[in-house]
Design a protein around this ligand. Structure first.
Ligand code: SAM
Length: 358
């Protein structure tokens, strides 16, 4: 098979992941995010990891007959990932108890260097309908460098900023992909059973890549990785073998506009929700990077940065720190000091964190 000379940057390739990856040049990508098909151990029916029946589309990509077949497939695509990653590149794989332990062991056998396992704790998991197990409320992400000697990128400060100036931990509390972000078909059914939330990819790409880097997703599905990469000024290469998903991903990527305020919810809910860092509003698209924040008098203006910091001239930091400095005050509650304009009215950013699931 011929290897292409020019990388298909910002393109979505329709076809088999391994076949397509074989056509790409060695050591060409900075980061890989992979959300591979699960090994569902079917019992005659098609079930999701939470044990509920899958509805809608043709999900034949999930049908592996036994562990050996799944492991052989895993070795094949991970082998290609290893070839395509630059020496200092990193790989993210997301999975559930059905597949993540097998993948972790294979990664170690292949001499990837495990950096972290991240638990994505779902704010709104699907209930366990049959009541014979615990509700499956998390997924695991393995973050690995190509090798032990890789000098991998980790944007420590950006992660800390995203978390209101506290070190980012390995347990991430984020909602499932719901609301307007969730793609649906003409019957209102989910277009894809495992569409990941953009907030998850926002955090992954912000942590491990720089603007201009090349991110590969060999199992692109509905294009979540491509959408977030484009929004954050990273290049993407996506591979997906289901034509309907490719079509959906293409449409989605075309709609990405950095200044969009899509996803802003207005339904107020009770104030006794868990506190959230300002960065999570940015991750979730409730406040877009580039948005202008103002004090109540509109005299002080700040720009929102992708990592959840804000900037006033050369001053940059958390909403609290910058709020305090512009007032020459020892402290400031940035949530009540800063406002955004919504339909001509100033709204305290505190209100935005009370949207459901925030
Ligand atoms: C778990 S889903 C990924 C969902 C994606 N992260 C999103 O947010 O929409 C896995 C995807 O891999 C695709 N897939 C499975 N086997 C494949 C293969 N051998 N080559 C390419 N794509 C494959 C499936 O069609 C499915 O869309």
């Amino acid at each position: 098979m011929e290897i292409v000379r020019e990388l298909p940057l910002d393109q979505i390739l329709l076809g088999d992941a391994v076949r397509m990856m074989r056509m790409l040049p060695t050591a060409s990508v900075h980061c890989i995010f992979a959300d591979p098909p699960y090994n569902l151990q079917l019992r005659g029916e098609l079930r999701r990891p939470d044990d509920s029946l899958v509805d809608g589309v043709d999900d034949d990509w999930d049908r592996f007959t036994d562990f050996a077949a799944y492991d052989a497939f895993t070795r094949e695509w991970l082998g290609e990932c290893r070839r395509l990653l630059r020496k200092d590149g990193t790989l993210w794989v997301i999975g559930t108890y059905h597949n993540i332990f097998r993948i972790g062991a294979i990664l170690q056998e292949m001499e990837f260097w495990l950096l972290n396992d991240i638990v994505w704790r779902k704010a709104n998991p699907m209930p366990n309908f049959r009541g014979r197990r615990f509700t499956n409320a998390h997924e695991t992400l393995i973050w690995a460098a190509r090798g032990r000697d890789s000098r991998h990128r980790f944007n420590y400060q950006a992660m800390k900023a995203l978390n209101d100036d506290v070190q980012m931990r390995s347990d991430w509390f984020l909602p499932l992909c719901t609301g307007p972000e969730r793609l649906r078909n003409e019957h209102g059914l989910k277009l894809h059973p495992t569409q990941k939330p953009e907030a998850l990819l926002h955090r992954v790409l912000l942590a491990a890549t720089s603007p201009g880097d090349i991110v590969l997703d060999p199992f692109l599905g509905t294009g979540t990785t491509a959408v977030v990469a484009r929004r954050l000024h990273r290049h993407y290469i996506g591979i997906e073998r289901h034509p309907a998903y490719v079509e959906a991903a293409l449409g989605r990527v075309r709609r990405v506009r950095p200044s969009s305020d899509e996803g802003v919810a207005t339904t107020p809910v009770k104030r006794d929700q868990p506190r959230v860092p300002f960065g999570s509003l940015v991750e979730r698209g409730l406040i877009e990077p580039g948005t202008i924040l103002m004090d109540r008098t509109r005299k002080v203006q700040a720009v929102v940065v992708a990592d959840g910091t804000i900037r006033v001239g050369s001053l940059q930091g958390s909403i609290h720190k910058v709020g305090a400095e512009v007032q020459n005050a020892p402290t400031c509650n940035g949530w009540t000091f800063w406002h955004v304009e919504r339909e001509g009215t100033l709204v305290a950013i505190d209100v935005l964190r009370t949207v459901p699931g925030a």
